[in-house]
Design a protein around this ligand. Structure first.
Ligand SMILES: [Zn+2]
Length: 137
């Protein structure tokens, strides 16, 4: 009876140490890709491009007399401020992706860029359709 209990404890300790070793190996395993790999560089370039497209489309509809809804007119009419906001949006995006990468969420890291590009591009295309009857001032 004592031998059986002792064996069980020994087996339990061995199983625990194997589990811990496997967990440590998983933590030390390299990520499946480098953060600045070709895919992320292309995706981040796409994000920056879509932000630039958003900037240009917003300036376009402001020249045609339409009003900004998400921010306000005084912010988007201030070119350096608005460029800074678009750049900060891109930088924040890259920072969030870096966090996702560091925590092993590689699929979400990639898809976040795809969704960002999609939503921003959709909004920019829509911006070009705003108030198109108004003549430029
Ligand atoms: Zn990653």
């Amino acid at each position: 009876m004592r031998k059986t209990a002792s064996r069980r404890r020994l087996l339990g300790a061995a199983a625990l140490s194997l589990t811990t070793a496997a967990g440590a190996d998983e933590l030390k395993a390299p990520p499946p890709h480098r953060f600045w790999d070709t895919t992320n560089v292309v995706l981040f370039t796409g994000v920056a491009g879509s932000r630039a497209f958003d900037y240009a489309s917003t300036r376009h509809f402001r020249r045609r007399g339409a009003n900004e809804i998400l921010l306000n007119n005084s912010i988007v009419d201030d070119k350096p401020l608005f460029i800074g906001i678009e750049a900060a949006g891109t930088a924040l995006h890259i920072g969030v992706c870096a966090w996702l990468h560091a925590h092993g969420h590689h699929k979400v890291e990639r898809w976040l860029s795809v969704v960002h590009i999609g939503i921003t591009t959709f909004g920019a295309v829509r911006n070009y359709g705003l108030n198109s009857d108004v003549k430029p001032q």
